[in-house]
Design a protein around this ligand. Structure first.
Ligand code: 5GP
Length: 179
Protein backbone atom coordinates (compact mmCIF):
# COMPACT_ATOMS: atom_id res chain seq x y z
CA UNK A 1 0.00 0.00 0.00
CA UNK A 2 1.92 3.06 -1.21
CA UNK A 3 -0.75 5.70 -0.81
CA UNK A 4 -1.06 7.46 2.49
CA UNK A 5 -3.50 10.14 3.50
CA UNK A 6 -2.36 13.49 1.98
CA UNK A 7 -2.55 15.09 5.44
CA UNK A 8 0.35 12.89 6.50
CA UNK A 9 4.02 13.63 5.92
CA UNK A 10 5.42 10.10 6.33
CA UNK A 11 4.99 6.87 8.20
CA UNK A 12 7.33 6.76 11.20
CA UNK A 13 6.48 3.33 12.58
CA UNK A 14 4.87 0.78 10.26
CA UNK A 15 2.11 -1.68 11.09
CA UNK A 16 4.59 -4.57 10.89
CA UNK A 17 7.09 -2.85 13.18
CA UNK A 18 4.36 -2.15 15.72
CA UNK A 19 3.00 -5.69 15.79
CA UNK A 20 6.51 -7.14 16.13
CA UNK A 21 7.41 -4.76 18.95
CA UNK A 22 4.09 -5.35 20.75
CA UNK A 23 4.91 -9.07 20.88
CA UNK A 24 8.41 -8.34 22.22
CA UNK A 25 7.06 -6.00 24.89
CA UNK A 26 4.34 -8.45 25.91
CA UNK A 27 6.90 -11.26 26.17
CA UNK A 28 9.17 -9.11 28.30
CA UNK A 29 6.31 -8.01 30.58
CA UNK A 30 5.04 -11.60 30.89
CA UNK A 31 8.53 -12.75 31.89
CA UNK A 32 9.12 -9.91 34.36
CA UNK A 33 5.77 -10.39 36.10
CA UNK A 34 5.49 -14.16 35.90
CA UNK A 35 5.57 -14.49 39.69
CA UNK A 36 2.85 -11.95 40.53
CA UNK A 37 -0.71 -13.05 41.20
CA UNK A 38 -2.10 -10.61 38.66
CA UNK A 39 -0.92 -7.49 36.91
CA UNK A 40 -3.20 -4.44 37.16
CA UNK A 41 -2.90 -2.71 33.80
CA UNK A 42 -3.95 0.92 33.55
CA UNK A 43 -4.57 2.28 30.05
CA UNK A 44 -4.64 6.03 29.59
CA UNK A 45 -7.56 7.16 27.43
CA UNK A 46 -8.13 7.84 24.76
CA UNK A 47 -4.80 7.45 23.01
CA UNK A 48 -3.68 4.13 24.52
CA UNK A 49 -6.79 2.12 23.70
CA UNK A 50 -5.48 0.37 20.61
CA UNK A 51 -2.00 -0.28 22.00
CA UNK A 52 -3.58 -1.53 25.23
CA UNK A 53 -5.87 -3.93 23.37
CA UNK A 54 -3.05 -5.38 21.28
CA UNK A 55 -0.54 -5.58 24.13
CA UNK A 56 -2.85 -7.23 26.67
CA UNK A 57 -3.96 -9.87 24.17
CA UNK A 58 -0.34 -10.97 23.80
CA UNK A 59 0.32 -11.34 27.54
CA UNK A 60 0.66 -14.82 28.96
CA UNK A 61 0.20 -13.84 32.62
CA UNK A 62 -2.94 -13.16 34.67
CA UNK A 63 -3.96 -9.51 34.39
CA UNK A 64 -6.88 -7.12 34.67
CA UNK A 65 -7.42 -3.98 32.63
CA UNK A 66 -8.63 -0.63 33.85
CA UNK A 67 -8.58 2.87 32.40
CA UNK A 68 -7.99 6.46 33.40
CA UNK A 69 -8.80 9.57 31.41
CA UNK A 70 -6.80 12.73 31.96
CA UNK A 71 -7.02 16.23 30.67
CA UNK A 72 -3.89 18.21 30.17
CA UNK A 73 -3.80 21.96 30.46
CA UNK A 74 -1.30 22.03 27.63
CA UNK A 75 2.39 22.36 27.09
CA UNK A 76 2.44 26.03 27.89
CA UNK A 77 1.66 25.56 31.57
CA UNK A 78 4.86 25.55 33.59
CA UNK A 79 3.29 23.38 36.26
CA UNK A 80 2.26 20.74 33.74
CA UNK A 81 -1.13 20.67 35.41
CA UNK A 82 -3.10 17.53 34.63
CA UNK A 83 -6.61 16.69 35.81
CA UNK A 84 -8.24 13.29 36.29
CA UNK A 85 -11.43 13.07 34.19
CA UNK A 86 -12.07 9.39 34.90
CA UNK A 87 -10.44 7.43 37.68
CA UNK A 88 -9.71 3.73 38.24
CA UNK A 89 -12.52 1.39 39.26
CA UNK A 90 -10.59 -0.25 42.11
CA UNK A 91 -8.09 0.72 44.77
CA UNK A 92 -4.59 -0.34 43.70
CA UNK A 93 -3.10 -0.75 47.15
CA UNK A 94 -0.78 -3.79 47.15
CA UNK A 95 -1.41 -4.38 43.43
CA UNK A 96 1.33 -4.67 40.83
CA UNK A 97 0.45 -1.84 38.45
CA UNK A 98 1.54 -1.16 34.87
CA UNK A 99 0.63 2.18 33.27
CA UNK A 100 0.14 1.97 29.50
CA UNK A 101 0.52 5.29 27.67
CA UNK A 102 0.35 6.10 23.99
CA UNK A 103 3.09 8.70 23.85
CA UNK A 104 5.56 10.42 26.12
CA UNK A 105 6.25 13.96 24.95
CA UNK A 106 7.45 16.28 27.73
CA UNK A 107 6.97 13.47 30.26
CA UNK A 108 4.74 15.62 32.48
CA UNK A 109 1.69 13.36 32.18
CA UNK A 110 3.64 10.26 33.12
CA UNK A 111 5.34 12.06 35.97
CA UNK A 112 1.96 13.22 37.30
CA UNK A 113 0.46 9.74 36.99
CA UNK A 114 3.41 8.21 38.76
CA UNK A 115 3.02 10.61 41.64
CA UNK A 116 -0.72 10.08 41.95
CA UNK A 117 -0.59 6.29 41.70
CA UNK A 118 2.44 5.91 43.99
CA UNK A 119 0.39 7.78 46.59
CA UNK A 120 -2.11 4.88 46.52
CA UNK A 121 0.55 2.44 47.75
CA UNK A 122 0.73 -0.15 44.97
CA UNK A 123 3.02 -3.16 45.47
CA UNK A 124 4.92 -1.96 42.38
CA UNK A 125 4.43 0.61 39.63
CA UNK A 126 5.88 0.37 36.14
CA UNK A 127 5.34 2.27 32.91
CA UNK A 128 4.93 1.27 29.28
CA UNK A 129 4.64 3.63 26.31
CA UNK A 130 4.31 2.97 22.61
CA UNK A 131 6.41 5.95 21.53
CA UNK A 132 8.58 8.59 23.16
CA UNK A 133 9.64 11.85 21.57
CA UNK A 134 13.26 12.86 21.78
CA UNK A 135 14.12 15.87 23.88
CA UNK A 136 11.69 15.52 26.78
CA UNK A 137 11.79 18.25 29.38
CA UNK A 138 10.99 15.90 32.25
CA UNK A 139 13.35 13.04 32.86
CA UNK A 140 10.97 10.19 33.60
CA UNK A 141 12.08 6.63 32.89
CA UNK A 142 9.86 4.39 30.77
CA UNK A 143 10.24 0.74 31.75
CA UNK A 144 8.78 -0.71 28.54
CA UNK A 145 9.18 1.47 25.47
CA UNK A 146 8.08 0.73 21.92
CA UNK A 147 9.95 3.31 19.88
CA UNK A 148 11.84 6.57 20.13
CA UNK A 149 10.57 9.05 17.53
CA UNK A 150 11.45 12.60 16.43
CA UNK A 151 9.78 15.63 18.01
CA UNK A 152 6.92 16.01 15.51
CA UNK A 153 3.13 15.69 15.87
CA UNK A 154 2.19 12.07 15.27
CA UNK A 155 -1.14 10.36 14.66
CA UNK A 156 -2.40 6.82 14.20
CA UNK A 157 -2.56 3.63 16.27
CA UNK A 158 -4.69 5.44 18.87
CA UNK A 159 -3.09 8.87 18.51
CA UNK A 160 -5.24 11.65 17.11
CA UNK A 161 -5.30 15.14 15.81
CA UNK A 162 -8.67 16.74 16.72
CA UNK A 163 -10.03 13.21 17.19
CA UNK A 164 -9.07 12.18 13.67
CA UNK A 165 -6.60 9.55 12.42
CA UNK A 166 -6.85 7.36 15.55
CA UNK A 167 -7.56 4.14 13.70
CA UNK A 168 -4.72 4.27 11.21
CA UNK A 169 -2.71 1.05 11.61
CA UNK A 170 0.63 2.88 11.77
CA UNK A 171 2.17 5.92 13.49
CA UNK A 172 2.67 8.79 11.07
CA UNK A 173 3.87 12.37 11.13
CA UNK A 174 1.12 14.90 10.49
CA UNK A 175 1.94 17.52 7.87
CA UNK A 176 2.50 20.98 9.34
CA UNK A 177 -0.16 22.54 7.12
CA UNK A 178 -2.73 20.02 8.38
CA UNK A 179 -2.82 21.64 11.83
P1 5GP B 1 3.39 14.92 27.89
O1 5GP B 1 2.71 15.13 29.19
O2 5GP B 1 4.38 13.76 27.90
O3 5GP B 1 3.99 16.17 27.33
O4 5GP B 1 2.27 14.60 26.83
C1 5GP B 1 1.59 13.43 26.82
C2 5GP B 1 0.26 13.59 26.12
O5 5GP B 1 0.26 14.62 25.13
C3 5GP B 1 -0.06 12.32 25.39
O6 5GP B 1 -0.72 11.40 26.22
C4 5GP B 1 -0.90 12.82 24.23
O7 5GP B 1 -2.23 12.93 24.65
C5 5GP B 1 -0.38 14.20 23.94
N1 5GP B 1 0.61 14.25 22.84
C6 5GP B 1 1.88 14.68 22.92
N2 5GP B 1 2.49 14.60 21.72
C7 5GP B 1 1.58 14.10 20.85
C8 5GP B 1 1.61 13.78 19.45
O8 5GP B 1 2.60 13.93 18.73
N3 5GP B 1 0.46 13.29 18.92
C9 5GP B 1 -0.66 13.09 19.66
N4 5GP B 1 -1.72 12.62 19.03
N5 5GP B 1 -0.74 13.37 20.99
C10 5GP B 1 0.38 13.87 21.58
Amino acid sequence: MNQINPALERILVSEEEISQRVIELADQISEDFKDVKRLYIVGILKGAFIFMADLTRKLSIPHVVDFMALSSYGKSTESGAVRILMDLREPIENQHVLIVEDIVDTGQTLQYLNRILMGRNPASLHTCALVRKVGQSVNIPVDYLGFDIPDVWVVGYGLDYADKFRTLPYVAELKRDSF
